[in-house]
Design a protein around this ligand. Structure first.
Ligand code: PRP
Ligand code: URA
Length: 207
């Protein structure tokens, strides 16, 4: 299922990020803030359990999140910018890293690094990557997690293209995809239109 988080705060911050005049420092900060806002939505269905606490006034029964086991798995490089926001909200989550880059000629993802928590198969894994273009990188990262036995996976991206959404629905229909925006299409270089350009370069200032 695809969830497009149409929310004024997210759309406003994303509009600033999209502008070619926004520099690295602001771009990174806004990505961090949007990732925090998106984490709020992504964690909406975490199971809770009843607990009894005592306020300064009286005892009360309320709810807390039940022994959750989470992992955030950024796709390097650009996914790191969203993982930080996730960890601000869920500081106890473990972190896995999957390094993939798009071959400049074929646009196919190439794996160069993978390090995951030992108990990753028992965790809800949230894969982060700002850009879902052809969908190849996200689909490969999800396949790697499934090969390690992970059953519960969500994908958190900033901007998606219809082509990427379609590929994920075909290859990984069980994975919920969360987007801040669904854009129009891909260009001849497989960049998202209108998009925001090269996310990794804009986050790390490597333009
Ligand atoms: C970008 C982006 C995604 C991928 C999306 O990474 O961060 O990982 O492209 O494209 P896709 O959906 O067509 O696979 P890039 O390959 O530029 O690597 P980087 O993050 O290291 O810059
Ligand atoms: N990778 C990016 O960083 N941006 C795009 O638009 C597509 C892939």
């Amino acid at each position: 299922m695809v969830h497009v988080l149409n929310h004024p705060l997210i759309t406003h911050k994303l509009a600033i990020m999209r502008s070619k005049d926004t520099g690295t420092r602001d771009f990174r900060e806004l990505l961090y803030e949007i990732a925090m806002l998106m984490t709020y939505e992504i964690t909406r269905d975490l199971p809770t359990e009843k607990v009894e606490i005592e306020t300064p006034i009286c005892k009360m029964e309320t709810e807390m999140i039940q022994g959750k086991k989470l992992a955030v798995v950024p796709i390097l490089r650009a996914g790191l910018g969203m993982a930080d926001g996730f960890l601000k909200i869920e500081p106890a989550a473990k972190v896995g890293h999957i390094g993939l880059y798009r071959d400049p000629d074929t646009k196919q993802p190439v794996l160069y690094y993978c390090k995951l928590p030992d108990d990753v198969s028992e965790r809800l894994c949230v894969v982060t990557d700002p850009m879902l273009a052809t969908g190849g990188s996200a689909a490969d990262a999800i396949s790697i997690l499934k090969e390690k036995g992970v059953k519960n996976i969500k994908l958190m991206c900033l901007v998606g293209a219809p082509e990427g959404v379609e590929l994920l629905q075909k290859l990984h229909p069980d994975v919920d995809v969360f987007l801040a925006a669904l854009d129009e299409c891909l260009n001849e270089n497989k960049y998202i239109v209108p998009g925001l350009g090269d996310a990794g370069d804009r986050i790390f200032g490597t333009l």
